[in-house]
Design a protein around this ligand. Structure first.
Ligand code: CUA
Length: 318
């Protein structure tokens, strides 16, 4: 019966994508079941005794009972053993999670309002996407561009704060192919809930192929490179490229070559220079109706080629 409960409790939890995730799940299920049994004994016993020893007549007398050493010893000793067991078990699992493997495949992850930027050693970048090979020790080296974020992969049962000004790390060894959720679990501003990504576990061959294909991005036409820049620099977190959706910032759909009205009532042409100025100095000319001081400056973060690619991409949105 107990093992039926374990299976049931675990089916309510996220998929287990690593060995560590299974261990965390087992420990958690054990805690759930022990708590359930303890509550049943406590509440059940209370109800049973209340019914059994209810005062039935006016002549009933409460018997005088001082204590029972054996009973008191047992109800202290048994929980003590269980708690110490849980402590040792938890210690063991925790150390497995926190001891970083040597020679792991290292991937850099940068948190920023409001996206996860992934950087591979070969120079390949991705946004809100971590691609990693199966059955391989992978170490994530994480930092933040702005505020505290927290990187969480429920299916791997790993979570770590991502803090500006220092590096933190996580590791995992996936044993399941597929896509898993990445969440930000530290409130980091208006789009915190949208700061989600995908952990994609692929075979070693698919991983190598993906890296190779991504590194060819440099040979793409400018507008396609611009589309990449738009994703990688997380422009897409705040600017939509359709007329149906408006996010924190104005939609960029069909804006090129049109006039915008700024918050100060000026008219400005949405052209190459306006894009450049808005990327490097976002508060210079805010489109009317949108908040200022929201977009960070991308000064020093885009090469001239990337800027050109971005402009070509925005030109082509029609
Ligand atoms: Cu980043 Cu919440």
């Amino acid at each position: 019966m107990m093992w039926m409960n374990v299976a049931r409790a675990q089916s309510l939890m996220p998929t287990r994508g690593t060995e560590v995730a299974s261990q965390v799940s087992n420990l958690y299920s054990f805690l759930l079941i022990v708590s359930f049994i303890a509550s049943a004994i406590l509440i059940g016993g209370m109800i049973f005794f209340a019914w059994k020893y209810k005062r039935k007549t006016d002549n009933d007398k409460t018997p005088y009972i001082s204590h029972s050493t054996a009973l008191e010893f047992l109800w202290s000793f048994i929980p003590l053993v269980i708690f110490l067991g849980v402590f040792v078990w938890g210690w063991y699992v925790y150390h497995q999670m926190r001891d970083m493997p040597k020679d792991a495949l290292e991937i850099h992850v940068v948190g920023k309002q409001w996206a996860w930027e992934t950087q591979y050693k070969s120079g390949v970048k991705a946004s809100n996407l971590v691609v990693a090979p199966i059955d391989t020790d992978v170490k994530l080296i994480m930092s933040s561009n702005d505020v505290i974020h927290s990187f969480y992969v429920p299916s791997f049962r790993i979570k770590q704060d991502v803090v500006p000004g220092r590096y933190t790390a996580l590791w995992f060894k996936a044993n399941k192919l597929g896509e898993f959720h990445i969440f930000c679990t530290e409130y980091c501003g208006t789009q915190h809930s949208g700061m989600i990504g995908t952990m994609k576990i692929v075979s070693r061959e698919d991983y190598d192929r993906w890296l190779e294909e991504e590194s060819k991005v440099g040979l793409l036409p400018l507008a396609e490179r611009g589309a990449k820049v738009f994703q990688v620099k997380a422009c897409a977190s705040c600017h939509s490229v359709s007329d149906a959706v408006v996010k924190v910032g104005p939609s960029l759909w069909q804006r090129f070559g049109h006039e915008e009205e700024t918050s100060s009532g000026e008219k400005v042409m949405f052209d190459e220079n306006y894009i450049r100025e808005s990327v490097l100095n976002p508060n210079a000319k805010i489109v009317k109706g949108f908040p200022s001081n929201v977009m960070p400056s991308f000064q020093g973060q885009l090469s001239e080629v990337e800027m050109a690619a971005l402009i070509e991409y925005l030109k082509g949105l029609k």
